[in-house]
Design a protein around this ligand. Structure first.
Ligand SMILES: [Zn+2]
Length: 361
């Protein structure tokens, strides 16, 4: 009996010891797999096919619509690998914009914003710029013709800002030694296959802050993208008078998030886009019923951040195509962790089972 008991004790020790080392090995395996998956996925952007294209990596021309709830933020990659960020959403959304831009950089092997365009001084466009300027290298800042108090002596013919947020952004740009440029009609950039033209503003003063908006036309191959900022119907009228049919575009970033202050039927008839981009919060009043009717009556497809969240547009086979952009890192890492934990637990039970069976023998 004593000999049998001693043998059992030895067996118990042996299995306990085995159990311990198996658990250690499994834990190491689990942690390694988790970290490999996490670091491999983390910060990468993936695209789910909406029409035609599901991998945007290395496309020479890309327009990314970053979901910043109620605000605007668009990232454009040009064929010469230069990058323009148009607006940064509100202060609260700044971190999301930084995350998106960094993920985009990781995908594309890029590391700086060549041009940060702040269309106008409103907080839903410039608020996030403090986060962007403090975390990402920005070479040139294109700003509205609105100056801070301390700059007013230098630019006596420009409107003085009433916004603390805007002043902070401009001061930060000076601190970071960005090259600072005023965005106005006539300004033009050639990105080796894509051209950016500034169609507005043309004046130094406007009664509505939204009318300071930079309106830009981006032309790549045969396709045209018109970005309206928050420009109102008054600016649309001025653009029609100045440019007429030249305003015809394939994609229109609708003015003022789809509010009824912009997007007159006359203007939409001239632009005649295939797609209208609307950047607005889910369950908001944007686009307004009036703008919605105008767009629908002209069979213009609405692409809104309210439904698509982050999405990207490119030109493929001479067609405008778009895809939803997603960050799977956290979800995928969590799913894999759960599967591995479940496997370890099952194996643990099996080992315990075998130990018990051995004990019974
Ligand atoms: Zn706005």
């Amino acid at each position: 009996m004593n000999a049998k008991l001693a043998q059992k004790k030895n067996e118990d020790k042996f299995y306990k010891k085995g159990d311990f080392w198996i658990r250690i090995c499994l834990s190491i395996l689990f942690l390694s797999v988790f970290f490999i998956v996490f670091f491999w996925c983390n910060g990468q952007l993936y695209f789910t096919k909406v029409n035609y294209v599901d991998d945007y990596r290395n496309f020479p021309f890309q327009v990314h619509i970053i979901d910043v709830e109620q605000g605007d933020s668009f990232l454009v990659k040009f064929p010469n690998n230069q990058v323009m960020l148009i607006d940064c959403g509100t202060q609260d959304e700044g971190e999301n914009v930084v995350r998106y831009v960094k993920a985009f950089f990781k995908n594309e092997g890029l590391n700086k914003i060549d041009y940060l365009l702040l269309t106008h001084q409103d907080a839903d466009h410039v608020g996030g710029a403090t986060k962007v300027l403090s975390q990402i290298n920005v070479e040139n800042l294109i700003r509205p013709k609105v100056v801070t108090e301390s700059e007013s002596d230098l630019y006596p013919y420009y409107q003085v800002s009433q916004s603390q947020t805007y002043d902070t952004v401009i001061n930060l740009a000076y601190q970071n030694e960005c090259n600072i440029i005023f965005g106005e009609r006539g300004l033009e950039y050639d990105f080796d296959g894509a051209v950016v033209e500034f169609l507005s503003p043309s004046q130094n003063y406007y009664s509505a802050s939204n009318d300071y908006s930079a309106v830009i036309m981006i032309t790549c191959l045969t396709k045209k993208f018109l970005f309206m900022g928050d420009a109102t119907k008054q600016i649309e009228q001025a653009l029609i008078a100045e440019y007429g049919d030249y305003l015809k575009a394939d994609v229109l970033k609708v003015g003022h998030h789809g509010s009824s202050t912009s997007s007159s039927l006359e203007f939409l008839q001239i632009v005649q886009p295939e797609y209208a981009i609307i950047s607005a919060r889910e369950q908001s009043d944007f686009p307004s019923a009036q703008v919605s009717n105008n767009l629908n009556s002209l069979n213009i497809d609405i692409l809104s951040t309210a439904n698509l969240n982050n999405f990207a547009i490119t030109i493929y086979n001479n067609q405008i195509v778009y895809a939803k952009a997603i960050f799977p890192s956290s979800e995928l890492a969590l799913l894999i962790s759960i599967i591995i934990i479940a496997l370890i637990l099952t194996w643990g039970i099996k080992i315990k089972d075998n130990t018990n069976k051995n004990k019974q023998k």
